[in-house]
Design a protein around this ligand. Structure first.
Ligand code: 5GP
Length: 195
């Protein structure tokens, strides 16, 4: 997605540990116009998936899911909650995720009330790095016997293992900006889009 790549080039900062900081439009302050474009693009990529619900993870996924929901005719979306301690709400599905940026383990939770075997789920997130976050959402769908009909990430660092990991589990993965390499002096190289 050209608009997104241009914005990453303009505003992205590269931090140690292979972290792209895009806090001024996605991860802290949110550019709602760009978010709408992101939602429209996810709709274009997944409109034939049969999705009946969007699943994401707090906090940055929320704006992405909301923008996408609109283009799907206001599909409901659910965001998984992260807790550091493992004391579970009684009525929840749970999975573990090791945070890429914080390097701590979370328990990811979704209430049983909001996901079940009738759901066809489109999973969306902001970044795909090692695939931990997306894998935790897939595990939660499996527990709910919900069908995962697609996985979308706004940014993927394609030199990290996440995309392959999720594809190897048998899921379709679509990405809006594919980063082939980045270096701390600010150089970011993008891969060609698949479609
Ligand atoms: P993964 O679970 O695939 O290893 O990493 C994805 C999660 O970690 C995302 O939900 C995102 O919050 C965070 N993350 C991974 N890489 C980056 C990055 O380069 N920049 C930012 N801002 N977040 C990242």
């Amino acid at each position: 997605m050209k608009l997104l790549e241009d914005r990453i080039r303009k505003d992205g900062k590269i931090l140690p540990g292979d972290v792209l900081k895009i806090d001024n439009f996605l991860n802290h302050q949110v550019d709602t116009k760009l978010m709408e474009e992101i939602g429209e693009e996810f709709y274009r990529l997944f409109k034939d998936s049969g999705a009946t619900k969007i699943l994401t993870i707090e906090s940055s996924g929320i704006a992405i899911a909301q923008a996408t929901s609109k283009y799907f005719g206001y599909l409901p979306f659910v965001f998984a909650k992260k807790t550091v301690a493992a004391n579970m709400a009684k009525n929840a599905y749970e999975a573990k995720e090791t945070s890429y940026t914080r390097n701590i383990e979370y328990t990811v939770q979704v209430s049983r009330e909001y996901l079940n075997e009738n759901d066809k789920v489109l999973i969306l997130d902001d970044f795909l790095a090692n695939g931990e976050a997306m894998n935790s959402l897939i595990q939660i769908c499996r527990q709910a016997n919900a069908e995962v009909v697609g996985c979308g990430s706004v940014v993927c660092k394609t030199y990290q293992p996440g995309e392959k990991r999720i594809k190897d589990l048998g899921y379709e993965v679509k990405v809006l900006a594919r980063i082939k390499s980045m270096s701390e002096d600010g150089q970011i190289e993008f891969e060609e889009q698949e479609e």
